[in-house]
Design a protein around this ligand. Structure first.
Ligand SMILES: Cc1ncc(COP(=O)(O)O)c(C=O)c1O
Length: 445
């Protein structure tokens, strides 16, 4: 038996529940839950022992060790049997330092954590491996779960579909019709999910999925379910591990439903609690002005969340007006000396494509974080001497429509400062050389 253990706990109270219970909110006051670990048991290993354990697992080809999530299993789901783990070897995504982009922005050090370099192309895999593994384990123990369902702006559904298909568990996804990319839509279709496109937005889908999952036979997979956070938080442990347990000064993350920023903070809480790091990074959430309820609440001193109707945005996965994880995200910003920033559609588009010029291939949500970085360096809120990490949340390949339209200069009301075009020319050396001479000269600076 594992010496480590965990349970659900009310974020505002003392009520707790076993992880095997089908429960998403407190029975006492309906607050969100979080997974609470036995910190005393975790403290039985010294920081050096934890570091050595994580390092030794990096040498192994066992899938539970090659997974960035399950290589930290004592801090994730300590009691799950290894045979019940459903993994697609998620995590251990690249943390790329870009000296050239840092210089362009006027910064000392810049890292991009490419969490979209994963099986389904977004960070959602980190949380979904945990949720689906737990459901799989509960089904093995006799829980009457017939399917797992989620509302999604595209990436959650792709992850749910893939992990459920691997586990042999039926999945159901609710998507806002016409508001997600083709690549995102085809993923759950391919993996055999029951796919419902509703004529509403994400918040409307979220209402329906909560009704559908009120009966315990269908399990809820949205990030309101705190099991997801346990997987997503490993991104912080991984960043610390990749930087030899040094921490960047500032981390910028795009925010929609706000599960991911809550997870980022919880991961650093764990690193501090078990002594892997001593310093706290500053955590900054970036939103698009089209869907900025968290930014607006921040401006009001977090007095309260005022849900709004999110407007159409190129960063479609964060078109969310009523973020479920708001209370956890407020705590994350307060505990990590944070800020919330909002950027325009033009700013996010140009920031994404500026980064591409330095070898990245960024999604619009990563563009939101990069645009926030540019603004904060310009305003002096981020010092030029700081070391900054951007959480890149999805692979650019999932957002081909955005990138094509940018380079074709067909995005409405957006000036594409970094547009690049294809030269169609007859197969004749003179015309080819004309183009090359002109273009090579233009690119010399
Ligand atoms: C690509 C991408 N970036 C950012 C987010 C925002 O994450 P969260 O909703 O947890 O704030 C999402 C998901 O909603 C996403 O799919």
């Amino acid at each position: 038996m594992s010496p480590f253990s965990a349970r659900f706990k009310n974020i505002n109270g003392d009520d707790t529940y076993p992880l095997d219970e089908i429960i998403y909110r407190s029975k006492i006051d309906n607050s969100l839950l979080e997974v609470e670990h036995d910190r005393n048991a975790l403290a039985s290993k010294s920081p050096e022992e934890w570091k050595a354990l994580f390092a030794s697992r990096r040498q192994s080809f066992n899938p539970v060790n090659t997974s960035g999530v399950w290589s930290k299993r004592e801090l994730v789901l300590p009691e799950i049997a290894e045979k019940d783990i459903i993994t697609l070897e998620e995590g251990f995504t690249p943390l790329i330092e870009s000296k050239t982009l840092a210089k362009e922005i006027g910064l000392k050090k810049l890292y991009m954590k490419l969490s979209g370099n994963s099986h389904t192309g977004s960070f959602k895999d980190l949380g979904m491996t945990v949720l689906v593994s737990q459901v799989h384990s509960m089904i093995q123990k006799g829980a009457p779960i017939q399917a797992v369902a989620c509302a999604s702006t595209g990436d959650t559904s792709a992850a749910l579909a893939a992990y459920c298909a691997k586990a042999g568990i039926p999945s159901i996804v609710f998507l806002p019709a016409g508001k997600i990319s083709t690549a995102q839509l085809i993923q759950p279709i391919s993996n055999g999910s029951i796919v419902l496109a509703l004529d509403t937005d994400f918040d409307g889908c979220m209402k329906i999925v909560q009704e559908v999952t009120a009966d315990n036979s269908i399990y809820l997979a949205n990030s309101m379910n705190s099991l997801r956070v346990e997987g997503q938080k490993t991104i912080s442990l991984e960043i610390c591990q990749q930087l030899n347990y040094q921490v960047p000064d500032t981390i910028i993350i795009p925010g929609g439903n706000l599960g991911n920023v809550s997870a980022l903070a919880k991961g650093f809480d764990d690193c501090l609690a078990i002594g892997l790091i001593q310093k706290k990074p500053r955590i900054i959430v970036a939103q698009t002005q089209a869907a900025a309820p968290f930014y607006q609440a921040f401006q009001r001193g977090f007095n309260q969340l005022e849900p709004l109707q999110a407007q159409k945005t190129l960063a479609s996965a964060i078109q969310i007006g009523n973020p479920v994880s708001y209370p956890k995200a407020v705590r994350a910003i307060q505990d990590y000396n944070g800020l919330v920033v909002a950027v325009s559609e033009e700013e996010l588009s140009n920031a994404a494509h500026r980064a591409d010029r330095f070898g990245f291939y960024t999604c619009p949500h990563t563009g939101v974080a990069l645009a926030a970085l540019e603004k904060l360096v310009e305003s002096g809120d981020i010092d030029k001497e700081e070391e900054v990490a951007i959480i890149s949340t999805a692979h650019g390949l999932k957002f081909t429509e955005f990138k094509v339209a940018y380079h074709e200069k067909s995005l409405k009301e957006i000036h594409s400062s970094f547009a690049n075009s294809v030269f169609y020319t007859p197969p004749q050396i003179d015309s080819v050389m004309d183009i090359l001479q002109k273009e090579m000269k233009a690119r010399q600076h």
